[in-house]
Write a protein that binds this ligand. Structure first.
Ligand code: GUN
Ligand code: ZN
Length: 659
C-alpha cells in the first residue's frame, strides 16, 4: 500500500491536502470524473482531471476489457497515467439488483489490474428504508470490508460508510471502519438524497460520518458531481468527489453551473466564459448533431466543475470558505436548508476551524451568525475574568478603541453608578456589535473582532441574537451602564438614567489589554502569568499599536499586527508552560524526536505521542517530552485530533527550540 495523505491548509472542516499514490500526487479537494471503460470519448485530463474513477465491475464483466486490464493494467486500459480509483459494482447492484461477481473476486481483480484505490462490495442502502433493513445491510457491508482487508495484497482500500438516513448507523459504521486499516472513506448511497435536493439530510448523514472517520484519511462523497454542492460538502470535511454528471447532464442537454442547472433548450445566452460558451451560441449548439453537442456540453460541464474546485481550494487557503458556502447555498432553498443544518454542528466545526485567518470575516446574511467564529468568541467571553461594573457602548469604526477616545453622554444603569463615577469600581468597557455580541475593548484588535465587516442595516436575526448575548453577558453583573441609544435599540431593562462624562482610560490599559488577550487566547489567568508588573511595552512608531512585550531585555511575546494575537518568545513559552497544567497547549513528542525539537526543527505528526486534544490549528503550542520538559514552542498546523490521527506530515511549525 503506497498511499499518503497530508493536510496543508484548513478552513471550517475543510482541508486542502495532497494525496500521493504510485501514479502521482494530486491536490485535494479533487473531482474525479467517471471514466467509462471501453466507452470513454473524452480525454478528461485535458480538461483538468488529475485523478479519475472507473468501474472495476464493468471491466470485469466484459471479457475483452477484463483480459486487457489484466494484461496491460487499468491505467493503460483507460489511457490515464495518474491515480485511478475503482468502484466495485455496488452501484450497479443498487440499480439493477443483481451482480455477477463476489466481493473476493472484485477485490482480487482490482489488485491485479493495478488500481490505486480499490473498493469493496458495499451495500448502498437507500434513504428511508426500515431501520431493520439498514442494520442488516450494514452487517454485510462491514463483513465485506473486513474480508477485503484479508484479500487486499498491495491494494489501497476504500471502505464505504453506509447506514441509510439513520445518522447513528452512519456514525456506528464510521466508528467501526475507523478501527481498521483502510486508506480512504467514501460516504455512500447519498445520490438519491442529492437527486431529490434533500441537502438537509445529506448534511446530517455526512456530519454523522465524518465525526468518526479518522482525520488522516480522505473522504469521498460518492456520486456527488454537481458543482452546486461542492463547497458545502468540502466545508463538512469531504475531500473527493466523483461523478458522471458531466456526461449524463450533457447527454440530456443540460449545463452544470455552481448556481444550478441550465437547460440548453431555454438558453438565449451562454452562461459562462469557458471556451464552449465563449465560442458557441445556444442556437448553434441546438442545431448540432447530438454527439457533437453532447461532447461540447460535457466539456463545459467539466470546465465549470474544475473551476469550482479550484475556487474552493483558493477559499480554504485564504480562510474564506464560509463566505463561498453561503453564496452557493443561496442558489436553492434546500441548499440553504443544508447550510442551516450545518450551522447546528457548532462544536465540531469550531474545533476544526482555525481561529486565525488571512481574510476578514464577512457577514453575508443571518446564517453568518451560526459560524464557528461567533460560537468560539462567545464561549471564550464567558470564561474571561469579570469586573464589577460594565459600560456597554455602541459600535464605532473598527478597531473600536481607536475611535472611542472618550465617552460623554446619557447612560441607563442599574447598580452602584456612583462608585463608577468616583472611580472606586473598576469598569469594563465593551462595545456591542453584530455578529460577535459583546466585545471588551481590550480585545478589539484580535482576529476576527476587528477584521470583520457587517452590513450597516441590521437584520432581525442579528438583532435578536445580539440582544440575547448582551442579556446573558449582563447576568450576574453588579453594576451595568449602557449607553442610552444602545439601551433603547436592544430594549434592555435598566431603570435609572444619568449623564456621565467618562474619560476612557484607553492609553493606560496597555497591560490590561495584553493580559486579556492572553486570557482570551490561552486560558483565564494566562495574562497574569505572562505579564507581571515589570513588563516593558514597545509600540509601533507608525501605528502606535503594541508590538513587543519585554521583561528587561528579554522578549516575552510579540503582538502580531495582522490579527492582534500574541506570538510567544522563549520567556513567554517558559512562563506559559509553568502556568498551564499538563496537557494544556502541549504537544508531546517521543524520545527520537526530542533532539530535533530542541534544535528548533519542525515536528512531524508521527513523532507525537500525545497532545492536548483541544488544540486548534494556527495556535501557539508548547512542545514537551513525556516528562513534560519544555523542549521548544511553535505554531500548530493541525488540530489536536488531527495531530493524533496523522502518521505523516507536519504537526507543528517550530518557532524556537533549545529551551
Ligand atoms: N456510487 C454511488 N453511490 C455508491 C455507493 O453507495 N457505493 C458504491 N460502491 N458506489 C457508489
Ligand atoms: Zn461554459
Amino acid at each position: 500500500m503506497t498511499m499518503n495523505f497530508q493536510i496543508k491548509y484548513k478552513d471550517a472542516r475543510a482541508r486542502v491536502g495532497v494525496l500521493t499514490t504510485t501514479h502521482g500526487r494530486i491536490r485535494t479537494p479533487a473531482l474525479m470524473p467517471v471514466v467509462h471503460p471501453g466507452r470513454q470519448t473524452m480525454p478528461v485530463s485535458e480538461y483538468g482531471a488529475e485523478i479519475v474513477i472507473t468501474n472495476a465491475y464493468l471491466i470485469y464483466k466484459n471479457q475483452d476489457l477484463r483480459e486487457r486490464a489484466l494484461e496491460e493494467g487499468v491505467h493503460s486500459l483507460i489511457d490515464f497515467p495518474g491515480p485511478i480509483v475503482t468502484d466495485s459494482g455496488s452501484f450497479q447492484l443498487s440499480t439493477y439488483g443483481e451482480l455477477e461477481v463476489t466481493n473476493p473476486e472484485i477485490i482480487c481483480f482490482q489488485e491485479a489490474i493495478g488500481t490505486d484505490i480499490g473498493t469493496s462490495l458495499d451495500i448502498p442502502t437507500p434513504p428511508d428504508v426500515k431501520r431493520k433493513r439498514a442494520e442488516d445491510d450494514l452487517v454485510v457491508t462491514l463483513e465485506r470490508a473486513r474480508e477485503a482487508l484479508e484479500l487486499r495484497g498491495n491494494l489501497s482500500l476504500n471502505s464505504v460508510v453506509q447506514g441509510s438516513t439513520y445518522p447513528d448507523l452512519r456514525s456506528k459504521c464510521a466508528q467501526e471502519l475507523a478501527q481498521m486499516d483502510f486508506q480512504a472513506h467514501p460516504i455512500g448511497a447519498v445520490v438519491p438524497l442529492m437527486e431529490s435536493y434533500r441537502y438537509r439530510e445529506l448534511v446530517e448523514v455526512v456530519m454523522a460520518s465524518v465525526e468518526y472517520l479518522p482525520q488522516s484519511r480522505p473522504r469521498h462523497l460518492m456520486g456527488a458531481g454537481h458543482p452546486m454542492v461542492f463547497a458545502l460538502a468540502v466545508a463538512m470535511g469531504c475531500d473527493l468527489f466523483d461523478s458522471a454528471a458531466y456526461i449524463l447532464y450533457a447527454q440530456d442537454g443540460r449545463l452544470l453551473m455552481p448556481s444550478g442547472t441550465y437547460k440548453l433548450e431555454n438558453l438565449v445566452e451562454m452562461p459562462c466564459t469557458c471556451p464552449v460558451c465563449s465560442n458557441h451560441s445556444p442556437g448553434e449548439l441546438r442545431s448540432m448533431d447530438e454527439d457533437e453537442r453532447t461532447l461540447l456540453l460535457a466539456q463545459h460541464n467539466l470546465a465549470i466543475s474544475f473551476a469550482e474546485i479550484r475556487m474552493i481550494r483558493q477559499a480554504i487557503v485564504e480562510g474564506s470558505l464560509w463566505e463561498l458556502v453561503e453564496q452557493r447555498c443561496r442558489a436553492h432553498p434546500y441548499l440553504l436548508d443544508g447550510l442551516r443544518r450545518l450551522g447546528a454542528y457548532q462544536e465540531g466545526l469550531e474545533s476544526y476551524d482555525p481561529p486565525y485567518k488571512k481574510s476578514a470575516f464577512f457577514y453575508t446574511g443571518p446564517e453568518s451568525l451560526m459560524r464557528p467564529e461567533v460560537h468560539r468568541h462567545w464561549e471564550k467571553i464567558k470564561k474571561l475574568p469579570r469586573k464589577e461594573a460594565v459600560l456597554l457602548l455602541s459600535p464605532v469604526a473598527k478597531p473600536y478603541s481607536q475611535n472611542l477616545t472618550h465617552y460623554l453622554g446619557v447612560v441607563h444603569y442599574r447598580g452602584d453608578c456612583e462608585g463608577v463615577v468616583e472611580g472606586k469600581v473598576p469598569l469594563q468597557l465593551a462595545v456591542v456589535d453584530v455578529p460577535f455580541g459583546v466585545i471588551p475593548l481590550e480585545l478589539d484588535q484580535v482576529y476576527p473582532l476587528a477584521q470583520n465587516e457587517t452590513p450597516t442595516i441590521m437584520d432581525r436575526d442579528a438583532h435578536h441574537q445580539v440582544k440575547e448575548m448582551v442579556e446573558e453577558y449582563l447576568e450576574g453583573c453588579e453594576t451595568v451602564l449602557v449607553e442610552g441609544e444602545l439601551a433603547r435599540k436592544y430594549q434592555l431593562e435598566l431603570d435609572e438614567e444619568a449623564t456621565i462624562i467618562n474619560p476612557l482610560p484607553l492609553d493606560t490599559i496597555d497591560l490590561e489589554r495584553v493580559r486579556m488577550i492572553a486570557d482570551y487566547q490561552f486560558q483565564a489567568g494566562a495574562g497574569r502569568a505572562l505579564f507581571d508588573g515589570q513588563v516593558r511595552v514597545v509600540k509601533s512608531r507608525k501605528t502606535g499599536k503594541i508590538r513587543h512585550l519585554y521583561q528587561g531585555e528579554d522578549l516575552i511575546a510579540t503582538l502580531r499586527a495582522s490579527d492582534g494575537v500574541l506570538v510567544l518568545a522563549a520567556l513567554g513559552a517558559r512562563r506559559l508552560h509553568q502556568y498551564l497544567p499538563y496537557p494544556l497547549n502541549r504537544v508531546v513528542v517521543n524520545e527520537e524526536a526530542e533532539p530535533f525539537a530542541r534544535e528548533g526543527k519542525s515536528i512531524f505528526a508521527k513523532f507525537v505521542i500525545d497532545c492536548d486534544i483541544d488544540i486548534h490549528a494556527q495556535e501557539e503550542v508548547l512542545i514537551v517530552n513525556s516528562e513534560d520538559e519544555l523542549l521548544a514552542f511553535g505554531k500548530s498546523i493541525l488540530n489536536g485530533r488531527e495531530i493524533i490521527d496523522f502518521q505523516t506530515g507536519q504537526a507543528v511549525k517550530t518557532r524556537k527550540g533549545g529551551l
